[in-house]
Write a new protein. Structure first.
Length: 106
């Protein structure tokens, strides 16, 4: 990720990198992963095969899904709830995968 020139101008005069990161984190980080989860979800939902090989497209989605799993903070105690949640996530991911396939797979 990089900083736009407009944002950079606001922090350029701070004395060191630590001060810059501290100031940026106060403005842009709310203490949760919500922004990252949103960005990853959006990336998954808008992913398209776009002429890539099936394995490359699938691999890109798996990478996004792994990152989402890493940031997932859902805590379920009941084994049946865990199983139902996992099944729901798997179905959603299959739908995302299928929706992004090129038209020759229809």
């Amino acid at each position: 990720m990089s900083m736009t020139p407009e944002i950079m101008k606001q922090y350029l005069r701070l004395p060191n990198a630590h001060e810059i990161w501290s100031a940026l984190s106060q403005v842009f980080y709310d203490g949760s992963n919500e922004l990252q989860v949103f960005a990853l979800s959006q990336k998954a939902f808008t992913s398209k095969q776009s002429g890539k090989s099936l394995s490359k497209y699938y691999g890109e989605l798996v990478e996004i899904f792994r990152e989402l799993d890493h940031r997932d903070k859902v805590v379920l105690k009941d084994l049946d709830d865990v199983t139902a949640y996992q099944k729901s996530i798997e179905q959603l991911r299959v739908h995302i995968f299928l929706a992004g396939l090129d038209s020759n797979f229809e």
